[in-house]
Structures are given as C-alpha cells and as structure tokens.
Design a protein around this ligand. Structure first.
Ligand SMILES: Nc1ncnc2c1ncn2[C@@H]1O[C@H](COP(=O)(O)OP(=O)(O)OP(=O)(O)O)[C@@H](O)[C@H]1O
Length: 360
C-alpha cells in the first residue's frame, strides 16, 4: 500500500464494478507458443471487454511480451484462438493482418518515435500510411496533441522533449487511427514516479473519454493498482490468478501474486517474522479487510479484542478503486485464543478474513 492513511473513510462509496456485460474486444482461447524447448505461453485464455482496462502482470520471462506480440499479430501462436473484435487473427496472412493492426494502437517503454520527424509528423504517421490527405492528417494530429496536452510542441522534435512528453506523443500516435484497443508494453517503466502518475492519469482519462479498451503489461503492481479495472497474473506462460484489482490486491491467492504485491502491502515486521513458530506466549494474526464493514464497528471489535492484552503491531488502511482495503497484524496472549476466535467469527460474517500466523 502506498498512500497509507487512517483517514475519513466513513463517506467512501463502493465504486461500481466495470461493466462485464459489454462486447468482447479481445478473446484468447488456450493460446500456446513455444520457442524450441522454452514454453513462453502455456494455454492462455482471456477475455477483455469494451472500455475495460486489463493489467497483465508478471515477472521477467513470464511470457508478457510474447502475449502482447500475439495480440497485435506480430507473433503467431502454435495453437489456440486469438479473436479481436469478433475476428480470428491467429490464422491470417501478413497482408490480411494489416487492416486489423490499425484497430490496435501500441505504446512502448522507449516510445519508438522517429527522431527525424516533428511531433505532429510522428502523430500523423499512421494516417499517412492509411493514405489520408495531408490536411486531414494534420488536423487529426493537432486534435490528438490537444488531447494529450502537447499542442505547443507540434513543431518540436522528439529530442527536444522530456520522457513524459515523448510518451504523450506516443499515446497520441497510437490513437491516430482510432483504434479499438490500446496495448501498452511497459509504457511507464522508463519514467520517474511523478511522470508515471501523469501518464497513467492521461491513459485513464482517455479510457473514460473515448471508452477505449486498454491492455497493459507491466511488472509494476502500482501501475495496475492505479489504472486497471482487472488484473491477470502471468507466471511461466500461464494465467495463475485473475480478478478485479480490488479483490486481487486485498486477498491475493497465489504465492507469485503475493510476492509481486509485497512492496504494496504491509507485512509482518521482521522482528516478529523471524521469531514466528508453533509455540510461544502470544498469537500473531493478520486481518484482511475489504469494503466498508461498518468501519467504526471494525475498530470497536478490534479494540475490544486488543483490550485482552493484545496489541496492534503493523498495518494500513488504503483505498483501491475508491473502496477501503486494510491489512493489520495483531498479537494477543496465547491464553486469549477464545477472544481471537470471537473476532474471527465477526470478521468472517462481515466478509473479512483473520488468519492466525503462529506464536511468538
Ligand atoms: N524469440 C524468442 N526466441 C527464443 N525464446 C524466446 C523468444 N521470445 C521469448 N522467448 C522466451 O520465452 C519466455 C517468455 O518471454 P517473454 O519475453 O514473453 O517474457 P516477459 O514476461 O515479457 O519478460 P520481460 O518482462 O523480461 O520482457 C522467456 O523464457 C524467453 O526467453
């Protein structure tokens, strides 16, 4: 959790889940791809609906780039189906792929701008390839530069821009041909945290304004947390966990997800972690909370439990997609286990989770 806060949560409203009933923009069915002995994609099935932002996260070598290359037709799977806007693309010849690629915009970690061309020419390039007249290309380029906040840089060259500005040009260029899908390949990995935030805010704004569907691959959980509606965790070419950002961040199931999230969630302090065992005078427990659970009620129940000689040792309350998500660690004398069980039952009834981690 990054912005730890124990602040006013009483007025927070649950945000509606993104509509899952919209039309499918992307459907992958059991997609497999290997390179000699290396299995890069080991049966990926995935659906992305219109207007959704899906974050695909995984460690280096997990298969993210291969997946994104399959999505834009640069890589052909060995088997499985790739359907974009209802059309299967995995069997198409290069020539047939061309018009479909225009339905997919792409932004990259290193921006991939042409250094010899001005900003407006870079943005207009996909339209030149499409054969649009010059005046129309420039009008569209200026419209897009306005959208990304770079109207004053139309005549500049990429070398005259900051990293964040270059990525804004990259985004404008990716949108030029009015794509149905925007693929983002580590688009903020080369940017500092503040610039990353501004680029993610821009992508979110474009998603809202244009209803654009976005698939982004990243190794940074913070990126997913900031912008995505849904997250898929990829490991060794498989999707090992998938769900709303809120539910995966609040209660990750797989070890790989927990490890990817380790910098974003409070952990048990080292001095307790190292002493944790099966016997000792105190019990150590974690509490995971998502949603309101009458916040005051939770703190009242917690205080009542801790009054029996327990203590709150670590924790934070955060908001993900506007909803409170909290994780706390407590200790309580081992002979007060019945009190702890009472709290566990109350939490359980409220959809929260208490786990006894061991003794110290
Ligand atoms: N063209 C290729 N030839 C041989 N092996 C490949 C090729 N492309 C990918 N691989 C292998 O497939 C696996 C998945 O690679 P991929 O690049 O998709 O992972 P990734 O999650 O994008 O990693 P990173 O975050 O480091 O870019 C890796 O073991 C990689 O070495």
């Amino acid at each position: 959790m990054n912005s730890h806060s124990v602040v006013d949560i009483s007025h927070s409203q649950s945000l509606a889940q993104p509509s899952l009933g919209g039309e499918e923009v992307v459907r992958l069915v059991d997609v497999r791809r290997r390179f000699n002995q290396t299995v890069a994609l080991d049966g990926i099935s995935l659906t992305v609906r219109k207007g959704e932002i899906l974050g695909i996260i995984g460690r280096s070598g997990a298969g993210k780039s291969t997946l994104i290359r399959c999505l834009n037709g640069l890589e052909r799977p060995d088997s499985g189906e790739i359907v974009i806007e209802g059309k299967r693309i995995d069997q198409l010849a290069e020539r047939q792929l061309q018009p479909l690629r225009r339905r997919i915009g792409m932004i990259f970690q290193h921006f991939n701008l042409l250094s010899s061309k001005t900003v407006e020419a870079n943005v207009a390039l996909p339209l030149k390839i499409e054969g649009l007249p010059r005046s129309e290309r420039l009008a569209r380029a200026h419209e897009l530069l306005d959208l990304v906040g770079l109207s004053d840089k139309a005549k500049a060259y990429p070398a005259q821009l900051s990293g964040g500005q270059k990525q804004r040009v990259g985004i404008a260029r990716a949108l030029a041909a009015r794509p149905a899908l925007l693929l983002s390949d580590e688009a903020t990995s080369a940017l500092d945290p503040q610039t990353t935030r501004s680029i993610l805010a821009l992508l979110k704004e474009i998603n809202r304004k244009l209803g654009l569907t976005i698939v982004l691959i990243t190794h940074e959980m913070d990126v997913v947390r900031t912008i995505a509606d849904r997250v898929a965790v990829i490991d060794a070419g498989r999707i090992v966990e998938e769900g709303s950002v809120r539910s995966v961040f609040a209660a990750p199931q797989q070890e790989i997800t927990k490890s990817l999230l380790s910098g974003n969630r409070p952990h048990l302090p080292e001095h307790l972690q190292t002493r944790l065992g099966s016997s000792g005078n105190s019990l150590v427990a974690s509490i995971d909370l998502i949603g309101a659970y009458g916040q005051q009620q939770f703190f009242a129940d917690l205080a009542e439990t801790l009054a029996h000689g327990g203590s709150l040792v670590q924790g934070a309350l955060d908001h993900i997609q506007g909803e409170p998500v909290a994780r706390f660690f407590i200790t309580i004398p081992a002979d007060q286990q019945a009190i702890l069980e009472r709290l566990r039952a109350k939490l359980h009834a409220a959809g929260a989770h208490l786990e006894v981690l061991g003794h110290v």
